[in-house]
Each structure stands twice: as C-alpha cells, then as structure tokens.
Write a protein that binds this ligand. Structure first.
Ligand code: MD3
Ligand code: FE
Length: 203
C-alpha cells in the first residue's frame, strides 16, 4: 500500500518483504566487515542507537562533529560496498515514491535494542537535498516521530513495522524526525531488535 505522510513523503507498507531474505543475508556480511558501534555526538553523549555503514560514504559522529567519510574509523578500511540487493531495493522504492533514478552512495544502518531511541533532528549533512532519503525498517516495530520544518512543530506518530519503507523527498526532506524508545519484543526473523537502513545520496 501507498500512504502520503506529507508533501514528498510516502509510506510503502511491506515494500521490502519480497527482498527480506536476501537483505538479511547481505546485512550479515556487511556487519561482519564493519560491526555495529555506538558513536559519540559532538556534545559528548554516546548514542543509544548502534550504527554501521555500507557504500562509498558512511555517516560518522565523534566529538569533533558529524560527517560523511569513506573510511570506517574503527578499522581504517573503506566501508563495505553496498550490496546489490540494497541498491535495488532503494532504487525501486524511490521510483515507487515518485523519485525515479535514485542512486544512493551511502547506507547508514541503525540498530535499536529495547530502550534505544533517536531524538528529534534534521538530516542536513548531505550535499544534495534534491535527492530523497529511503528508509527500510526491519525487525521490531517502532514509533516514528514525524514533525515539520520547525523543531516546535508537534510530531505525528507512525508505527513502522518490519518491511515498511518510507521515501522522504521534496519539502519533507528537511523535516524534523525521531524514533521513540523501542519497546521490548521478539521478532521471528530479526530477534530482539529493530534495524533501519537509511539510503542517501551524501556526496
Ligand atoms: C524524515 N533514522 O538515521 S529513518 C537517521 O528509524 C534517522 O533509524 C531513523 O533519522 C531510524 O537520520 C528514521 C527515516 C528518516 C530518515 C531521514 C529523514 C526520516 C526522515 C529525513 C527527513 C525526514
Ligand atoms: Fe534522520
């Protein structure tokens, strides 16, 4: 199904289900090369969400700031290549959301254990705000908080479930958003966690 959340933001329920087995297998290989780690923000706080990346650019934060970097700071090696099935899923979802020709160079992989959350923020570290962001939810359901252009705009709440994909483009690309603390549970394929793949054109 296809549901509009805001101008340029489209929720594609279960869009990733036909890809799930291949995506989970590819995810295991990426994580073996670049394990999850909890990064530290410029403010000195360790994030509750554990992260890793694949693709030619990876999002990193450390006490000196946020940036995209081609190298994993933990290994000194390039991030793992973006698996073909990741690229295909992102490209097809973007097209279904009205953004044909999406060619992501970055995939941030967020892992939420029970209790992990992401506070309200904007994604502004990318070069090109004309490209959409595609997000793929796997595992336990989460409450996604979707605000507006201003931090003070009261966020709407969306329950995102395993296989749901959201395409964020147009005006919504710079809207404030976050994730409420993850409720505990057990997912048949993913266990006791939520994983979110966020595809971007960073550079
Ligand atoms: C709406 N991740 O990594 S993905 C992030 O579920 C991030 O892990 C969340 O926010 C997560 O930056 C949400 C959905 C998402 C990503 C980018 C957006 C929603 C967005 C940019 C603009 C508006
Ligand atoms: Fe974000």
């Amino acid at each position: 199904s296809r549901e509009a959340m805001a101008e340029g933001a489209v929720l594609l329920r279960s869009f990733a289900r036909p890809f799930e087995n291949e995506v989970i297998a590819a995810l295991r290989e990426v994580i073996a090369q670049a394990p999850f780690r909890r990064m530290v923000t410029p403010g000195g706080h360790q994030m509750s969400v554990a992260m890793t990346n694949c693709g030619s650019a990876g999002w990193v934060t450390d006490p000196s700031g946020y940036r995209y970097d081609g190298v994993d700071p933990n290994s000194g090696q390039p991030w793992p290549a973006m698996p073909a099935v990741f690229r295909q899923l992102a490209e097809q979802a973007a097209a279904a959301g009205g953004f044909a020709g999406f060619a992501p160079d970055a995939c941030l992989i967020n892992r939420y254990a029970p209790g992990a959350r992401m506070s309200l923020h904007q994604d502004k570290d990318e070069q090109d705000f004309a490209a959409p962001i595609v997000s793929v939810s796997l595992g336990l359901p989460a409450v996604f908080l979707f605000g507006g252009a201003k931090r003070a705009d009261k966020p709407a709440r969306y329950r995102l479930e395993h296989g749901d994909v959201v395409v964020w483009g147009g005006p919504s690309r710079l809207f404030f958003h976050g994730v409420a603390p993850l409720a505990d549970g057990e997912h048949a394929l993913m266990g006791r966690q939520r994983i979110n793949l966020t595809f971007r054109k960073a550079q």
